[in-house]
Design a protein around this ligand. Sequence first.
Ligand SMILES: *[C@@H]1O[C@H](CO)[C@@H](O)[C@H](O)[C@H]1NC(C)=O
Ligand SMILES: *[C@@H]1O[C@H](CO)[C@@H](O)[C@H](O)[C@H]1NC(C)=O
Ligand SMILES: *[C@@H]1O[C@H](CO)[C@@H](O)[C@H](O)[C@H]1NC(C)=O
Ligand SMILES: *[C@@H]1O[C@H](CO)[C@@H](O)[C@H](O)[C@H]1NC(C)=O
Ligand SMILES: *[C@@H]1O[C@H](CO)[C@@H](O)[C@H](O)[C@H]1NC(C)=O
Ligand SMILES: *[C@@H]1O[C@H](CO)[C@@H](O)[C@H](O)[C@H]1NC(C)=O
Ligand SMILES: *[C@@H]1O[C@H](CO)[C@@H](O)[C@H](O)[C@H]1NC(C)=O
Ligand SMILES: *[C@@H]1O[C@H](CO)[C@@H](O)[C@H](O)[C@H]1NC(C)=O
Ligand SMILES: *[C@@H]1O[C@H](CO)[C@@H](O)[C@H](O)[C@H]1NC(C)=O
Length: 861
Amino acid sequence: MHKIIQILLSIISVSLLFDSLYASSSDPAPLILSCGSTGGGKDADGRKWDSDSKYFTSNNSTSEKATYQDPSLPSDVPYMSARIFTSEATYKLPVKSGNRYWVRLHFYPSTYGSLDPADAYFSVVAGSITLLKNFSTSVTAQALTQAYLVKEYSLAPLESDFVNITFAPSDKHSGAYAFVNGIELIPIPDLFDSALMVGFSDQPVDAKAANLQTMYRLNVGGQYIPPNNDSGALTRTWYDDTPYLYGAVAGVTNEADKKVEIQYNDLPDYVAPVDVYRTARSMGYDKNLNRNYNLTWQFQVDANFTYLVRMHFCDYFCTKVNQRVFNIYINNQVAQEAADVIGWASEQGVPVYKDYAIFVSDGKGDEQVTIMMNPSVTADPPPEYYDALLNGLEIFKISDAAENLAGPNPEPSEMLIKAEAEAAAKASEAKAFTSSTASNVKLISGAAGGAAAFGALAAICITVYVKKKRVPGTESHTTSWLPISGFSHTAGSKSHASAASHLSSEAQCLSRRFSLYEIKQATKNFNESYVIGVGGFGKVYKGVIDKTMKVAIKRSNPSSEQGVNEFQTEVEMLSKLRHKHLVSLIGYCEEDNEMCLVYDYMARGTMREHIYKGNNTPLSWKQRLEICIGAARGLHYLHTGARYTIIHRDVKTTNILLDENWVAKVSDFGLSKTGPNMDKGHVSTVVKGSFGYLDPEYFRRQQLTEKSDVYSFGVVLFEVLCARPALNPSLPKEQVSLADWALHCQRKGILEDIIDPQLKGKINPECLKKFAETAEKCLSEHGLERPSMGDVLWNLEFALQMQDNGDGSGHSSRRAGSNVSEEVAPRLDLNSLSIGSEHELDQDSDDMNAVFSQIVNPKGR
Ligand SMILES: *[C@@H]1O[C@H](CO)[C@@H](O)[C@H](O)[C@H]1NC(C)=O
Ligand SMILES: *[C@@H]1O[C@H](CO)[C@@H](O)[C@H](O)[C@H]1NC(C)=O
Ligand SMILES: *[C@@H]1O[C@H](CO)[C@@H](O)[C@H](O)[C@H]1NC(C)=O
Ligand SMILES: *[C@@H]1O[C@H](CO)[C@@H](O)[C@H](O)[C@H]1NC(C)=O
Ligand SMILES: *[C@@H]1O[C@H](CO)[C@@H](O)[C@H](O)[C@H]1NC(C)=O
Ligand SMILES: *[C@@H]1O[C@H](CO)[C@@H](O)[C@H](O)[C@H]1NC(C)=O
Ligand SMILES: *[C@@H]1O[C@H](CO)[C@@H](O)[C@H](O)[C@H]1NC(C)=O
Ligand SMILES: *[C@@H]1O[C@H](CO)[C@@H](O)[C@H](O)[C@H]1NC(C)=O
Ligand SMILES: *[C@@H]1O[C@H](CO)[C@@H](O)[C@H](O)[C@H]1NC(C)=O
């Protein structure tokens, strides 16, 4: 068999030789290999992966399937199958001589067969370049809190028709083995040229023939760009830069006006996609502030390597030279004095990039690349604006003299270790509590995270958190008691408050800061008659700001520590999120021990009070459907629209609010969870949320995924249909929990018996069927069986269409979330309005323990 393969390979080799001799103009084809799989398959992006079997030779290799599928994996292919090597083995891959390539290696550390994931220690050599050495996938994944790892390298043009990629288990670790889940070999244009060595401008570094590893690739001031949306089919991933910002002032993000067209002129468009050049971060509008701070990013890197720093610029605002002139520093050395993007590009909206090289020597502690920018004020005449600009940033590691690119395994930060110990302790507490299912509690280390942060220490947020020092001259003018959020494993626990630091500078930038005086003016000195709700956080007041703007003001109860954390989380979350179906945070106030959040006023209060609580005319079925669709859109955005998956954690009908036009808005992010690299991941965490809506799987396994929100939303859907609370302890035992009871009735086919009497006969049967099936699927026992919020949304829209068609109303094409107030105008009772109200729950809490076991142990499902 192996002989045959070898013969085949030599035939291929000969034919490729012919190809390269006689058809050298033909484009080399990319190789995308799913290792250890027999047939290959398609990934979530629709890319086709082939089996690796015809490209490698070894006597001691096996192909295995992973035994556990982490919910953060983007797709089965290539992660669920692996090629395992117990001795050295080589892939022999055809390349086009003289062409540069990406090599991407995909690793999913999991249990394969009887092998311990902790024993995977190996090296990888491509051609003559060492890519990885003593590489432990499990140590690395833990330190980066990622479920899977993607490493990207760029191999210099080879003078050969093959490249050998050799995997060798470490001989320093007994029982070591090597594995790989996926290999990509993608031909790319010559992306690199020469770069100026910072500090030695007369010594250009020639990167044309360099072998590099991608460390960071950021769309500065913009959003995550997936491989499919990259330019030139280079399938690069571009990340948001916010986790890497350093210091108290983070500048502002902005986007090119629609009228400005980005013109590449002489620059090939594969250099970076338009979205990179259309967005940027600049210093802000305050000239004096800008003079006195540096816009700063910081990156963790390995010592003893030279790094190529590529900065992408495109000024879509200025039109003339000497309008925006700035200095660039790398590791405190001048990289570029008096940078003037218009000067370089000669025109508005024309991209340019600049390459700099910096050697990072071995110092104490962690090695970093720090990039700083400040306005050049010494120019004569001085520039029109005191500002700096950056659109995109890439950092590559250049191989050293020994043709090595491998660095040491990253070490988990102290904070991560501590947070994990805490989570484990909490889990065992909870385990004792829910003893019946204790054996199922499985803590996966940290937040299993997501997409590729190229060896680049994506745990950077944690590191920044731990190390955050004051940069001289950037003393923030807001003395705040707020801890930074970034990465909170344990929001709501003590450790957080003790590690108090600052509200992230980004949040400060994005939201307005109110003085206590303004707040007191707005609420007539917190007059009780302005109270519109009471929550765990404190009281909610209505008020008027700027004479005309109606707002809702959440005032924290200073004695509640929970409140502090939730306040902080909420500012951090909401200040970055803007969406039609999310309640907008207008600003915050922190002064004299008062902390307040200022929101858009939601004139019609909570969804619940329009269904069964409160004295409102119950909503029509169609209105309810449209509100559900709006809320689903908001949640779908939280799960997928932002760079990081955000899990709401407390989805319920009192957290869905309605504005004067009946547009549903999701509110109350006090319990939300995210992680800097938690791309569709899950977090091990202390169980929070509201009884009656809690995902049983989350409860048992302490593992939070976005599917926990889907579960809670399923309860909301039944609540809307049946017009009763999620928990009603006064009912007979089997009916207490709406989730259990509705599922029971749905499965018995008697759901119609329990729907809201007001709706009887008014729901199109097809629509009801679709709606109930969707809700039922949301309540599936296992997260994996539940639909995504996107699917839920689609199904609800479909249900709405069925209702429209059945209605005979004729207006079937109207979109969800549109203005429905022309249809029905229920009586509005201002006194019953509340925002984020939780008092109903408090009333019921006496009976909570009685129903507790029912939720935890959902028998009869
Ligand atoms: C596999 O082992 C056989 C005999 O043990 C040997 O002849 C053959 O060359 C080996 N193949 C490889 C690829 O090492
Ligand atoms: C395969 O493994 C066995 C035992 O682990 C070893 O003796 C043998 O040399 C290996 N074969 C190759 C080709 O490395
Ligand atoms: C690749 O490895 C094979 C042996 O496995 C060796 O004969 C060949 O010379 C290597 N090719 C290159 C380009 O290193
Ligand atoms: C990717 O490109 C498609 C098509 O242009 C667009 O619809 C989509 O929003 C883009 N996705 C992101 C995350 O930019
Ligand atoms: C960096 O190089 C110095 C001098 O060669 C060496 O002493 C040190 O151990 C190296 N550091 C790392 C992290 O490899
Ligand atoms: C900005 O950084 C440069 C380089 O480290 C430093 O010389 C300068 O003083 C800094 N400016 C301010 C205002 O901190
Ligand atoms: C290999 O990596 C492990 C884990 O990071 C480390 O403890 C060990 O010292 C490394 N061994 C060598 C030889 O570098
Ligand atoms: C609160 O407002 C009401 C009505 O505007 C007023 O009668 C009352 O005196 C105010 N209470 C306080 C404590 O100012
Ligand atoms: C909704 O309808 C009302 C009354 O017809 C109108 O005043 C309001 O502007 C509409 N809002 C939107 C968002 O269309």
